[in-house]
Design a protein around this ligand. Structure first.
Ligand code: VG1
Ligand code: CO
Length: 556
């Protein structure tokens, strides 16, 4: 690494380029996501950026954090953003070396350096490459995803673009650390990892975790899936904690993620699963992360912990970790996340909030110190250390827990089920549906839930059902139509919603859950345990007749 910090002065001009609005720049669950080809349409990217600069007026004269997951088009977009940021009078930009910054690292940098905001280039778990997906997320000064008020303004602003402002400067070399001065703007190329790694070392007991690795009795395998976490995992697990060199696989970020799907689940993190199931020589602990490093999957030898259980187990044990020994203010989970954490919160006597899907809804609860931990069923977990979900943080949390408890991932999980009961849980995704068909299906369910209460299906009686609407307890904003939820008297539950991160057609997500208190029944196969709920969901949504689908595309 070249540590040349000498500011290079770059001559520039500012131009105004006439443009006309695109009508589809509405953000979804997590930023604007489109096919790479759409972002490559002349003026498409620039228009959206112009809308960001128009709405986020604090950026002028302030600090902007910039980086992405390294996918195809990452660095081209960074050069365009730098030129437009210069034209808009941003006073300082910190860019990750090689254009890389994980989503949690951006959130941390915003907070640490009091930035006005951050731009993250990622379509997260969606595949990359010239025919894959690209995305842009904007995070505000608290480090979290822009809230709905901001994204509504952004969309409105995108519909009124008549021109965009851009500076004509040479491309900035992103490969080496350094500083450049372009007019009023200082562009700094920073190490993407060190600040984040320092934060992790402050939160967790690194000496104890290192001692566990040094004992030679414990070994991990972390699958970075050729996405952004490779450099973070190597720096933290190997360099700072002394894990073996074989502990991180697929560690080089690639533009197309090596042709893979950077979604950490049992289907896509195949290599990791194979390694963990290799018998007595297998690593004791396995984890994987997604494209932009905000999600994680955790597995033991021949053992999978579902993300909802992860949140519950973290909540029950946080006080054992030095970083959380003062206890938790409260916890939150997204609507579709299983209610395993609710049981723990009840026992601990702390508040458990239920929010719509997407991390932006946790921001106010964290800022207002109502919660300390939060999570989503989609392999997302996080705490008040930043305002994003954080894959490596979650893995370190578990490593720290294993060092304190001296138990395996499986032992910790089973003991938890014995104490609190087990929530069998699964998500069934039906992908690539016709958007109109999917909307009609949801509309049908919306009507149906009004009268479901008291009806019995396969022996399960509905105790409550609605179309989830969320009132933020801090700013009192209301978000409607966030998913159909159907609760049964025996604590089983079904949730239906449409994905807000896809780029083709519609994806229906069906979330299935069943509570089992009896430890003698904690070893059922998940799909078998959920068979009744699966059948009821298919009947209620009229899946076969409406969509012509007999089976989901993905089961997690
Ligand atoms: C999905 C997940 C959601 C997550 C979102 C963004 O959204 O279900 O829990 O917050 O992705 O995560 P949807 O609308 O497709 O269900 V990421 O890692 O893409 O920033
Ligand atoms: Co992600």
């Amino acid at each position: 690494m070249n540590d040349d910090k000498k500011a290079n002065n770059i001559i520039m001009n500012i131009k105004k380029i006439p443009s006309v609005p695109f009508t589809d720049q509405k953000t979804g669950t997590s930023g604007l996501r489109k096919k790479v080809k759409v972002f490559q349409t002349p003026h498409y990217l620039e228009n959206f950026l112009q809308a960001i600069f128009d709405v986020a007026t604090d950026l002028k004269g302030g600090l902007l954090i910039l980086g992405g997951d390294g996918r195809y088009y990452n660095n081209e977009a960074i050069q365009t953003i730098l030129k437009m940021a210069v034209a808009h009078g941003i006073s300082h930009i910190k860019v990750g070396q090689n254009g890389l910054l994980s989503t949690p690292a951006v959130s941390h940098l915003i907070r640490k350096y009091s930035a006005a905001g951050g731009i993250i280039l990622s379509a997260s778990h969606n595949p990359g490459g010239p025919d894959g997906d690209f995305g842009i997320k904007f995070n505000t000064a608290n480090g979290g995803p822009a809230d709905s008020k901001f994204t509504d303004q952004l969309f409105a602003s995108s519909l009124h673009i008549t021109e965009y402002k851009i500076a004509t400067i040479e491309d900035i070399p992103l490969q080496k650390l350094g500083e450049y001065q372009c007019g009023e703007t200082r562009i700094e190329i920073i190490d993407p990892v060190s600040d984040y790694a320092d934060l992790m070392a402050e939160i967790f007991d690194f000496p104890s975790i290192q001692a566990l690795f040094d004992s030679g009795l414990f070994n991990i395998c972390f699958d970075a899936m050729h996405a952004v976490t490779g450099p973070y995992a190597k720096a933290i697990f190997q360099q700072r904690l002394n894990a073996r060199t074989s502990s991180v696989i697929n560690a080089t970020p690639l533009k197309d993620f090596g042709g893979g799907h950077p979604d950490p689940n049992l289907i896509y993190a195949k290599e990791l699963v194979e390694r963990l199931n290799q018998g007595k020589d297998a690593p004791n602990f396995g984890a994987a992360s997604d494209g932009d490093g905000d999600r994680y999957m955790l597995i033991g030898r021949n053992f999978f912990v579902n993300p909802s259980d992860c949140l519950a187990i973290m909540t029950a044990n946080a006080h054992l970790l030095s970083g959380y020994q003062q206890g938790l203010n409260g916890v939150a989970r997204s609507l579709p996340t299983s209610r395993a954490v609710d049981k723990v919160a009840e026992t601990l006597g702390i508040e458990c909030y239920e929010t719509p899907t997407g991390w932006k809804y946790f921001g106010n609860l964290l800022d207002d110190r109502r919660i300390t931990l939060c999570g989503e069923e989609s392999f997302g977990g996080g705490s008040d250390h930043i305002r994003e979900k954080d894959g490596i943080w979650a893995v370190l949390f578990w490593l720290n827990l294993v060092t304190v408890k001296r138990q395996s991932v499986e032992e910790i999980t089973r003991a938890h089920w014995t104490r609190f009961g087990r929530h069998y849980y699964s998500r069934h995704d039906y992908e690539g549906l016709d958007s109109n068909v999917a909307e009609q299906l949801m509309e049908g369910l919306r009507k149906r839930v009004e009268t479901l209460k008291g009806e019995t299906f396969a022996g399960h009686t509905v105790s409550f059902s609605d179309d989830f609407s969320y009132t933020d307890p801090v700013d009192h904003s209301i978000t409607k139509h966030q998913g159909i939820r159907i609760l049964f008297e025996d604590e089983s539950r079904i949730v239906f919603r449409l994905s807000g991160t896809g780029t083709e057609g519609a994806t229906l997500r069906v979330y299935l859950e069943r509570y089992e208190a009896d430890p003698a029944l904690h070893d059922l196969e998940t799909q078998t345990a959920l068979a009744d709920m699966i059948a009821i969901a298919r009947e209620l949504a009229e899946l076969e007749t409406r969509c012509g689908r007999e089976q989901p595309d993905i089961i997690t």
